[in-house]
Ligand binder design. Structure first.
Ligand SMILES: [Zn+2]
Length: 132
């Protein structure tokens, strides 16, 4: 058996084990997500960007880890400290923006929802920079 055949068999066995015991599989997936939240985030993002056909180099788990560490829970747009930061594509994918680390910022959910697919400074001004 070649290395490739061994890998294919290993994957098939793994799939069969998952099908045979779906409850156990769900519990294992759930534990993995709790243990590696950023890996889960990176995977979800990669799948979504693939589905959208987004250009760019993609974002690695290491890049995400560094980004979250640097943000330290502070929203890039309103500077509020929040429990959960979300990933925003500064130049929206919707408008041809790239899915690369230099095109993302971490922000709070309200800022992310408010910005949506608007272009930064052209269609949307971050709350911290708005003149009252
Ligand atoms: Zn914010």
């Amino acid at each position: 058996m070649t290395e490739e055949e061994k890998l294919i068999k290993k994957r098939a066995d793994h799939q069969a084990r998952k099908r045979a015991n779906p409850e156990r599989n769900r519990a294992e997936v759930s534990r993995w997500v709790r243990r590696y939240p950023l890996k889960k985030k990176a995977r979800t993002l990669r799948n979504k960007m693939q589905r959208l056909g987004a250009p760019g180099t993609g974002i690695t788990v290491e890049q995400l880890t560094l980004l979250f560490a640097e943000a330290n829970g502070i929203c890039a747009y309103c500077e509020k400290i929040v429990e959960t930061l979300t990933l925003d594509h500064v130049h929206p994918i919707h408008h041809g923006g790239h899915n690369s680390i230099d095109n993302v910022k971490l922000c709070c959910q309200p800022c992310n929802s408010s910005k949506g697919t608007k272009i930064l400074y052209k269609e949307w001004i971050p709350p911290k920079e708005r003149k009252v």
